[in-house]
Write a protein that binds this ligand. Structure first.
Ligand SMILES: Cc1cc2nc3c(=O)[nH]c(=O)nc-3n(C[C@H](O)[C@H](O)[C@H](O)COP(=O)(O)OP(=O)(O)OC[C@H]3O[C@@H](n4cnc5c(N)ncnc54)[C@H](O)[C@@H]3O)c2cc1C
Length: 370
């Protein structure tokens, strides 16, 4: 008998496992041959404070303390490196920039509206005949995503958790007050299932006879193009309506059209037209003159119908816990949602740091869909 069976080995699954493992026995089942094969291995690796749903904002604040000062032994080098974020707009986007500034400040994010000259000083490749203004946010950061994922794995294993790959969960059945989970060639008996299956979250719910949430995965493609030593320290630059973004990554830029195209849960591949349109827009707004692409990939950002996170036990299915709907913020909030999920699952009071950060479990509870 296992205390918790976690389905999925992306950020949601490993973070939940890391925090649950100090409360009982945990088995994590991942269908692929490696953890983080899907969306978690395909992100832009950024921490952007002024971003995401209302329910996620306190979680970003809470996550920062783990990210800046991870538990001893969990990492070998810092997880964060400074990377300011600069939202930019042409004439049509200035109003949107102001709204973003207000929203960010209301949530405690430091930011400053800046004029064209300052945008150009911070990002010399912006076209002066395109850009009309910017919003500068010094609190952004690059996240070492591989090291962060590994940190959760180390913590989980340190507490004795069993993380098993090549183990697709093929059936989940309720058996009195227990659940029987088939995966990895055997049946696991457990009192609690954690659904951390990302784009497959509703598939797992249906398998367990639990009403789906209405999760919708959306494709988003990112690609790398040549940069330079000089550009390595420029901020991440995001068009204010999210029509494109770019972030220096060593001597390359990571770029994206920031598209949201509905998809089935699947292993998506980049479409040439999305990359081409992103290049066209970035070349119109900058003097980068992008002509070649070094590499490209596509991931699925999965949202609940109200676009907020879904964390906690389903009121209609005791012992079935959701950790899904992480959309575009599932890396930067990972230490916070794992910790919240574990507190809720074991019935522990919220920690002082969660309360201080303004975490409201009602806001992200699956009960809002029931
Ligand atoms: C282009 C792009 C850029 C992004 N940039 C950022 C960023 O800068 N910052 C940020 O915070 N977030 C970013 N994100 C979002 C972030 O990557 C996601 O929110 C996060 O990775 C979601 O993690 P997850 O664990 O829910 O999903 P996943 O990583 O998809 O994990 C779900 C896992 O469940 C497994 N699974 C499914 N069904 C089964 C089954 N039956 N049995 C066993 N296992 C199963 C899958 O194989 C998968 O490994 C970005 C996403 C994309 C696509």
């Amino acid at each position: 008998m296992i205390d918790f069976v976690v389905v999925g080995g992306g950020f949601a699954g490993v973070s939940a496992t890391a925090y649950l493992a100090s409360h009982g026995s945990v088995v994590l089942l991942e269908m692929e041959s490696s953890l983080a094969y899907h969306t978690s291995g395909r992100s832009a690796a950024m921490l952007v404070e002024n971003y995401g749903s209302a329910g996620s904002r306190p979680l970003v604040r809470l996550a920062r303390s783990f990210l800046s000062d991870p538990p001893k032994g969990a990492v070998d080098a810092p997880l964060l490196s400074e990377r300011a974020v600069m939202w930019v707009a042409d004439q049509n986007g200035l109003e949107d920039l102001e709204q973003k500034a207000t929203m960010g400040r209301a949530n405690g994010a430091d930011n400053e509206l800046i004029g064209r000259d300052e945008v150009l000083a911070r990002m010399p490749a912006m076209r002066s005949d395109w850009v009309a203004g910017g919003l500068f946010e010094p609190s952004g950061a690059d996240i070492d995503v591989a090291a962060l994922h590994q940190a959760f794995v180390r913590i989980a294993r340190g507490h004795g958790a069993n993380l098993v790959t090549n183990s697709p969960v093929s059936s989940i059945a309720r058996h009195g007050s227990k659940w029987l989970v088939e995966g990895g060639g055997r049946t696991w008996e457990t009192s609690a299932v954690v659904n951390a299956a990302g784009a497959w979250g509703d598939v797992i719910a249906e398998m367990a006879g639990v009403q789906p949430i209405g999760l919708q995965p959306y494709r988003r493609t990112a690609f790398m193009v040549p940069g330079s030593v000089e550009s390595a320290h420029w901020p991440m630059v995001v068009e204010t309506h999210e029509n494109w973004y770019l972030r220096p990554d060593g001597v390359q830029f990571l770029c994206s059209l920031a598209e949201e195209v509905p998809s089935e849960p699947t292993d998506p591949r980049p479409r040439m037209e999305d990359v081409a349109l992103a290049i066209e827009r970035i070349n119109a707004a900058t003097s980068l003159g992008i002509r070649s692409v070094n590499s490209q990939w596509t991931g699925l950002r999965t949202f609940a119908p109200d676009r907020d996170l879904v964390i906690g036990e389903d009121p209609t299915a005791p012992g079935f816990h959701w950790l899904v709907g992480l959309g575009g913020i599932g890396v930067q909030t990972s230490p916070a949602y794992g910790s919240l999920l574990a507190s809720l699952a074991v019935g522990a009071p919220l920690s002082d740091s969660m309360s201080h950060a303004g975490v409201d479990p009602e806001r992200t509870s699956p009960a809002r869909f029931r």
